[in-house]
Design a protein around this ligand. Structure first.
Ligand SMILES: *[C@@H]1O[C@H](CO)[C@@H](O)[C@H](O)[C@H]1NC(C)=O
Ligand SMILES: *[C@@H]1O[C@H](CO)[C@@H](O)[C@H](O)[C@H]1NC(C)=O
Ligand SMILES: *[C@@H]1O[C@H](CO)[C@@H](O)[C@H](O)[C@H]1NC(C)=O
Ligand SMILES: *[C@@H]1O[C@H](CO)[C@@H](O)[C@H](O)[C@H]1NC(C)=O
Ligand SMILES: *[C@@H]1O[C@H](CO)[C@@H](O)[C@H](O)[C@H]1NC(C)=O
Ligand SMILES: *[C@@H]1O[C@H](CO)[C@@H](O)[C@H](O)[C@H]1NC(C)=O
Ligand SMILES: *[C@@H]1O[C@H](CO)[C@@H](O)[C@H](O)[C@H]1NC(C)=O
Length: 401
């Protein structure tokens, strides 16, 4: 077949989940065990990594082999073109590439792939991130209910910030920091299934977490401030929320500003503790797929383990802390992705028949700031009524059913 025809038939296949038997399977699936579009994999657990060290935490482990089947999926990163699965297709893993654009593009491509039926799949975004010493430390395992896109704001250089502004970040459509944004993009906040999050915490709590002497030595620097007691203690499992920003921020003032943004956008419910560069982007792609029933938004877990602190310790400068200090969080954070994460993955697979196949019913609102999946957001300006976008999405969804 001419390459152009191959590509257009792939595109045609990608746009509809049904009726894709004409896909040129041999071209994209290098592996005879790989799923086909007529007999797709329905993984129970899908691990989302963002870069090689996070992915490596899952390779060569004694529990299961996700490198048994490789499936090349069009639209994935050039650096990480394959979805990896166990031989029985029950557990899969991919790597998005770093930052919001890579994350959104990879997840949008995955959810449209005819090789997977993801309607019942549990997704676990499992990455490292910066952590606030107010709630967590190097190696801590944080599990989020909210993901907040904190840097989606106007920004002024520090040298041009008016004396009466507490930060250079100003919410869109407003005149000063701390005012509720009037221009809403829709990706500001995602709320996940809290009952599933709590179940994941229960499973992860059976893990013996990794810690190292080098990480302990760095975190000891935080002991002089009582507000940083969590930062100065050993790693644990912590229920708290994640901020997303392509801009890798660091230091007391930005950490406090984005903590404030999380509080503002979640109407005081969110508990900021970790920072990363992808989660809102992945969640937006999942949310758009959930509107059409391709994935179940109540089956998403966001786990971030502490690889560094989001701010300096008392007496240290912000730049010294980020650019020159050896924080020594990388080893325990990568180790704990696996140690805590494997308990969650195995809990889902082993508890499938009894618990997970039917789903963990959410008791909180789940979805985005628009209320796109139905229900009324418990944060944001649309808690009283739906904006036009929500009504049109609901109408589109009804037409599909
Ligand atoms: C899958 O890909 C990985 C490298 O990404 C490789 O190590 C492994 O051997 C591959 N598995 C198969 C079955 O080819
Ligand atoms: C996907 O899996 C679900 C649950 O097993 C099933 O009901 C549905 O028909 C499948 N969809 C496709 C397109 O195969
Ligand atoms: C991520 O989502 C949250 C909540 O929707 C939002 O406040 C935050 O600005 C988003 N971050 C990015 C980088 O998009
Ligand atoms: C900051 O000062 C300017 C100029 O005096 C004033 O217009 C503005 O309202 C002040 N903003 C805040 C947030 O106090
Ligand atoms: C933590 O992981 C590192 C790297 O694998 C290992 O050298 C160390 O012994 C582990 N420590 C504990 C307490 O498990
Ligand atoms: C965060 O909010 C508090 C309380 O409103 C305020 O005092 C502080 O200046 C804010 N910090 C930043 C960096 O914006
Ligand atoms: C959240 O805060 C916004 C802005 O102040 C407000 O419009 C909205 O009603 C609040 N939502 C809830 C659920 O309290």
């Amino acid at each position: 077949m001419h390459l152009l025809n191959v590509f257009s038939s792939v595109l045609a296949g990608v746009t509809t989940l049904q009726g894709v038997a004409a896909l040129p399977q041999g071209l994209w699936s290098r592996d005879t065990n790989a799923p086909t579009s007529s007999s797709p994999f329905s993984p129970k657990a899908f691990i989302i990594s963002m870069f090689s060290p996070e992915a490596g935490a899952w390779y060569g482990i004694p529990d299961f082999n996700v490198l048994a089947v490789n499936i090349t999926v069009p639209g994935l990163s050039m650096l990480f073109p394959d979805v990896h699965c166990t031989g029985d297709g029950q557990i899969c893993q991919l790597t998005t590439g770093e930052g919001e654009i890579n994350a959104a593009t990879t997840i949008a491509s995955l959810v449209a792939s005819p090789y997977f039926n993801l309607t019942q799949t549990y997704f676990m975004i499992a990455g490292i991130g910066g952590v606030s010493p107010e709630l967590a430390t190097l190696g801590s395992v944080t599990l989020a209910r909210f993901a907040v896109q904190v840097a989606l704001q106007y920004e002024f250089d520090a040298r041009e910030i008016p004396a009466n502004f507490s930060t250079g970040y100003v919410p869109f459509g407003t005149k000063a920091p701390g005012q509720y944004p009037t221009s809403i993009y829709g990706t500001e906040v995602f709320e996940l299934n809290e009952a599933l999050r709590n179940k994941a915490i229960e499973l992860a709590s059976t893990a013996q977490l990794n810690d190292t002497q080098a990480a302990a030595a760095y975190r000891a620097n935080y002991a002089s401030d009582p507000a940083y007691a969590a930062g100065a203690s050993g790693p644990t499992i912590v229920p708290c929320d994640v901020a997303t920003s392509d801009n890798y921020y660091s230091g007391n003032l930005l950490a406090e500003a984005f903590d404030n943004t999380t509080t503002l956008l979640t109407n005081g419910t969110g508990l900021y503790c970790s920072s990363a560069q992808e989660d809102n982007a992945s969640l937006e792609a999942f949310l758009r797929a959930a509107i059409y029933g391709f994935v179940d938004f109540s089956r998403i877990i966001v786990m971030r383990t502490g690889s560094d602190f989001d701010r300096q310790y008392p007496g240290e400068t912000a730049t010294q802390h980020l650019l020159y200090d050896h924080q020594n969080g990388h080893i325990p954070s990568i180790a704990n992705i696996y140690l805590a994460g494997v308990k969650i993955v195995e809990g889902i697979v082993n508890g499938w028949d009894d618990t997970f196949e039917a789903g963990i019913t959410p008791t909180n609102y789940i979805g985005d700031i628009f209320g796109s999946l139905g229900g009324t957001p418990d944060f944001g300006p649309y808690s009283g009524g739906a904006p036009a976008t929500k009504r049109s999405i609901e109408a589109r969804r009804r037409r599909r059913v």
